[in-house]
Design a protein around this ligand. Structure first.
Ligand SMILES: [Zn+2]
Length: 293
């Protein structure tokens, strides 16, 4: 039921993406046991990651790392071009006072800090861009990243509605980009349309779809609908991957773990899956390293 739609201006180079992510944000909330504010922060970042991932080509992926001075500490998100995403926050149980009766995401993350964007485009080295946090509210920070680091004027709206009982009942967002050659009148029309719009969460709670949201934003601008894609929360971890991580620790570190703990449990931060290794299995991994040497 979570999906993303893509619009494109008929005459001018305007791209519009909008999505609903209520199901996957609530799933992430249950998985990580996040407080209401942490759910809003993680949900906005997951949604932003999916919107950015939708701009990539097949097989490419984008990582977002928000690091702030606030008690939430950080938000890490990875999104694939196929519509899957995963993420976690530094302190899931964070509690901060409401701001004007709204969940205070920037108060949790902190307005001082940075946003690092890492794009794996299948090249030798990943692309990396870093900007200071503009507000710590996530959407503005992503828009700021695009204008500062990629020189692409962008408008980003993200919203997560968390009920008093902690459940997420609405989540989604949009991303609009104007690529050169841009036409001033079209850009002004878009900005005016976005300014006049209610919040994304209000629209979703009224039952508006991503198509409705983009139609409002493109009001007065001829456009075509390019397509729709399903979205999901999905991790890429596996026992094999965790084994590679353990091997990368090196023979000496593995020897220490076997001597001190005998066995070990490795938990994936993205999906909370635990992988158990007996001392015999650790010993086998250690022998693989020694054999490679
Ligand atoms: Zn995982």
């Amino acid at each position: 039921m979570d999906y993303l739609v893509r619009f494109m201006g008929d005459k001018y180079n305007v791209i519009g993406l909008a999505c609903v992510t209520t199901g996957l944000v609530d799933e992430a909330r249950r998985l990580h046991g996040t407080s209401r504010t942490a759910s809003a922060a993680l949900g906005r970042a997951l949604t932003g990651g999916l919107l950015m991932g939708a701009l990539l080509k097949r097989g490419q992926r984008v990582g977002l790392k928000f690091e702030g001075s606030g008690p939430l500490k950080k938000i890490i998100v990875e999104a694939e071009s196929d519509g899957s995403v995963r993420g976690f926050v530094g302190v899931p149980g964070v509690e901060v006072p409401l701001n004007d009766e709204k969940l205070n995401v920037s108060g949790a993350l902190g307005s001082e800090g940075s946003l690092t964007v890492i794009k794996d485009l299948g090249l030798k080295e990943p692309y990396r861009g870093i900007v200071k946090l503009l507000t710590g509210e996530i959407a503005e920070d992503i828009a700021y990243y695009f204008s500062e680091s990629e020189q692409i004027p962008s408008a980003v709206g993200l919203g997560v509605f968390v009920k008093p009982d902690g459940k997420v009942s609405a989540a989604g967002g949009f991303l609009i980009q104007s690529l050169p050659p841009s036409e001033e009148r079209t850009v002004e029309q878009l900005i005016g349309n976005i300014r006049g719009m209610p919040f994304v969460t209000d629209l979703l709670r009224e039952g508006k779809t991503p198509e409705d949201i983009l139609a409002m934003i493109f009001s007065g601008i001829p456009y075509q609908v390019l397509g729709r894609r399903d979205l999901s929360l999905r991790c890429t971890c596996s026992r094999e991957r965790i084994e590679r991580v353990l091997i990368s620790l090196g023979s000496e570190e593995l020897r220490r773990i076997i001597a001190e703990q005998g066995e070990t449990e490795v938990t994936c931060e993205f999906c909370r899956t635990s992988y158990h290794f007996t001392s015999k299995e650790l010993g086998d991994l250690r022998r693989e390293i020694t054999a490679a040497d």
